[in-house]
Write a protein that binds this ligand. Sequence first.
Ligand code: SF4
Length: 469
Amino acid sequence: MGVLAAFLRAQHVPVAQHDFLMEYLYEAPGLIDYHDAQQTFSEAEYFSFLAGRDAHAGLCAFTHRFWQRIVPGARIYAFSIVAYHQFWASLLLARTIKQHDEEAVIVFGGPFITIRRTESLTRFGIADYWVKGSGESALLMLYRRHELGMDIPLAKIPGLVALSGDACLQNRPGHWPAADEAPPDFEHLAIDRYRYDHPHTGKDTLFLPYRTTKGCASRCSFCTGRLVDPFATKPVDKIVGELKALAGAHASTAFMFCDSAVNNDPRQLALLCARLTHEMPGIAWYAYARIKGFDAELLRAAKQAGCFSLFWGVESASEPVIRLLGKEFSVRELSETIAHAVDVGINNHVHLMYNTPGETEEDIRALIAFIERYIASEQVTFIPHRFLLEPRSLIFRHPGRYGITRIEKAPRGVFEREQYVFAEGGPGGFARIRERDARHREMLEPYLRLIEDKEARRAKIGFPFREAM
Ligand code: SF4
């Protein structure tokens, strides 16, 4: 959002921005709680309220609370949507805006909108446009069309989706070059809300978000990240200049690098680390990283350049599963990389995945051996996840290549992430996979408890835990 705001302001478009996500997730107003399993409203209540049929005290208070802070009378209201719950909240706010100003133009964009099938978005209506891919060109052109009255055909606007009667216009997504991406502008955001005490960087640290690349160079078979942006790097000169400017503007040298993997281009990272070491000696940063392309030398360089924590997409310690997930590293590389990272003094947050397709007990034993090796280390935190078959992932698209024979949607509430079950051929169908998953989960259970206990203990003594890196 900050990147788009910066770009539009540079084009002389007046922009106000709000980050309601921080507020409704972390300062729970007690009106709607998306993390409450019981939820504070039912699907029937939500859709009835959205359609204007029935009142609902919680939903009404929620929309009123945020709507009244939105600048009235703007021509365009654009929502940046990353996750399911943001989509439902955006529909509520957009509907309220339309009720008060039917001329207002509503635009939904962001990764969620980019990845989702068009029909699953347009069926809810309310928005005038949906934008897939980068928002820079699309928002600028929509502003010029609607506010300045310029004759810009909708068909020329990159990534635009628009309904016209029964017809649906769907333009190819636009991809704004990484080299031209503006550094984020946080004007109008309550920046102090983003500060927190961190054991590495101290009290009230403001971690400034910045990405050195766009997209991801990997093609992991379970991930849909490849659908958001093609991979591209920013020139190192630009990165260093923008980091210095952000640090100066916000009096903070703490950064969260928001790349899919900060070492997607190891050469670029090596150059960047060398520059940061000499030109920004006080900088402290953390990032996501991939095992492939992070050797001992680069880890040392990263540590010297201020890296204090890395989040690794490891997922498995078993060769067949690593291959199936498309992770492109060997077990030997995994062991060496984590050992080097620990040696140089970097904290490691290791994502692990279980219940993957075709999983064997041997795969689980390899995962357990890996957990056992580092469970006592204060420099390693494990973040385990159950495998979820993501629509539009490579596994979903080409199930046969991954040994999957049938995919079916599992019943889930509309407010929850979609889930699918799959079979793998042979007898037993879905039930066999279910039983196998349960057995493997049982094997892992004592280790999942150890991981939880470790986190709880660290949280108690103020050690960096999951959210605090
Ligand atoms: S490295 Fe991460 S973002 Fe990139 S494809 Fe793999 S899982 Fe997705």
